[in-house]
Design a protein around this ligand. Structure first.
Ligand SMILES: Nc1ncnc2c1ncn2[C@@H]1O[C@H](COP(=O)(O)OP(=O)(O)OP(=O)(O)O)[C@@H](O)[C@H]1O
Ligand SMILES: [Mg+2]
Length: 387
């Protein structure tokens, strides 16, 4: 698919911006801080309601204004879909589809599909588990928008359960016997939502795995084997923290997972009351990345870490394409070429050249690889001009 029109109203630095885009490669070139990333961030936000730069929506709304609007026309084969999203800081987003209001905002999730490559991706390899959970969950939202609802439900349950655990802990420390009957109910809620998330993540890991191995090999020219596995206290694992494939296979069964979650919470009840937090569930899990059998985090070199991060994004692209009868998502390359050595830069450019639409940003024209030639916009002082 590709985005044919993009318009922004009070989004980030833009009071008003209207762009017509073509399939193929489009580069946004301009000095630092001129608004290049703001443009591609808007496209990516439409698909997942999340940004690769900020956790909260507040910064997306132009400073001093009440709300932002992103409007995009997505073209898949010959079918056009107009997606409009209004972001009001501190309130739920509002959406329209082909000019008609939708009953649930998340009905527009996953329509504009994109995969973003950005300097922040190095965090996927070097950073905390949170970055990797987010990687999986954002991809899941594109593949199955329903899961966005499950995820926010899970977060809500986690907060409620946390509050209950804390007050039970206070009661216990006072020498009283805490009333734990309500907690049992919340255990059930947490298990029901949590199991759906874990099952979906494990299924996704299985889909990503062959693509990650192949992409890593291509990006790194065959150095080492890149693997990923899902780490969860719910899965029996070997010493390296890897679950056997059979164990993993069994764990895409949602009701079996929910049972395991309930059992685990039962066993951890006392520790949970002591600490006032939920100690088991998808919010504690991780995606373990290994290179040639060693954990990438802590062992991989800077260049290897980059190759792994690129492989994760390329694999996301492949999984989304498989899922949509070969119609690939929009590929967004935000300032990545400047980060890469010449070899990785060329490999990446070759690998993405076949995508239906590539939107890339670069501070200087020299950062755009020669064989990614296409349309070019200059971004300066809030003006976006087609060359
Ligand atoms: N909510 C907002 N309201 C007003 N201005 C904003 C808002 N958010 C970001 N900006 C401005 O947008 C500019 C940054 O834009 P952007 O990140 O797109 O730059 P860029 O061209 O990608 O730069 P670089 O090359 O450094 O990555 C900054 O000047 C910032 O102050
Ligand atoms: Mg930028």
């Amino acid at each position: 698919m590709y985005v044919a029109n993009l318009s922004l109203h009070d989004f980030r630095s833009y009071p008003e911006l209207v762009l017509t885009l073509d399939p193929g490669v489009t580069a946004f070139v301009g000095n630092n801080g001129q608004g290049k990333t703001n443009i591609v961030e808007a496209v990516a936000y439409l698909g997942t309601f999340s940004s690769h730069r900020v956790a909260s929506d507040t910064a997306l709304v132009r400073h001093g204004t009440g709300g932002a609007v992103i409007r995009a026309k997505a073209v898949r084969d010959t079918r056009e879909t107009l997606v409009e999203l209004e972001i009001v800081a501190g309130r739920a987003n509002r959406a329209r589809l082909n000019r008609a209001p939708v009953s649930r905002t998340r009905d527009v999730l996953g329509i504009v599909r994109s995969v973003v490559f950005a300097p922040e991706d190095l965090e996927l390899v070097k950073g905390d588990p949170q970055a990797r959970r987010r990687f999986l969950d954002e991809l899941l939202v594109l593949l199955a928008p329903r899961l966005a609802g499950v995820r926010s439900e899970y977060d809500k349950i986690l907060r409620q359960r946390g509050a209950l655990l804390k007050s039970a802990g206070v009661a216990r420390r006072r020498g009283a016997t805490p009333d734990l009957s309500t907690l049992d109910v919340w255990d059930g809620h947490l298990a029901a939502a949590g199991a759906q998330l874990v099952a979906a993540r494990i299924d996704l890991v299985q889909r990503l795995r062959p693509h990650v191995a192949r992409s890593y090999e291509e990006v790194s020219a065959g150095q080492g084997e890149a693997r990923l596995s899902y780490r969860s206290a719910l899965l029996a694992q070997d010493g390296d923290g890897e679950a056997s494939l059979e164990e993993e296979g069994a764990m895409t069964d949602v009701s079996a997972l929910a049972e395991r979650l309930v059992t685990a919470m039962g066993e951890l009840r006392s520790a949970e009351v002591d600490r006032g937090v939920s100690l088991v569930g998808p919010h504690r899990d991780d995606l373990v990345l290994t290179l040639g059998g060693l954990p990438a985090k802590g062992y991989a070199s800077h260049g290897e870490s980059w190759s792994f991060a690129l492989a994760l994004r390329l694999a996301s692209y492949a999984v989304l394409s498989d899922d949509d009868d070969g119609a690939g998502p929009v590929l967004i390359l935000d300032d990545v070429f400047a980060e890469l050595d010449v070899r990785r830069r060329d490999r990446l450019a070759t690998m993405v050249a076949g995508a239906e639409q590539v939107l890339l940003t670069a501070a200087v024209p020299e950062d755009v690889p020669a064989h990614l030639d296409g349309a070019r916009f200059t971004v300066a002082g809030g003006e976006v001009t087609r060359e």
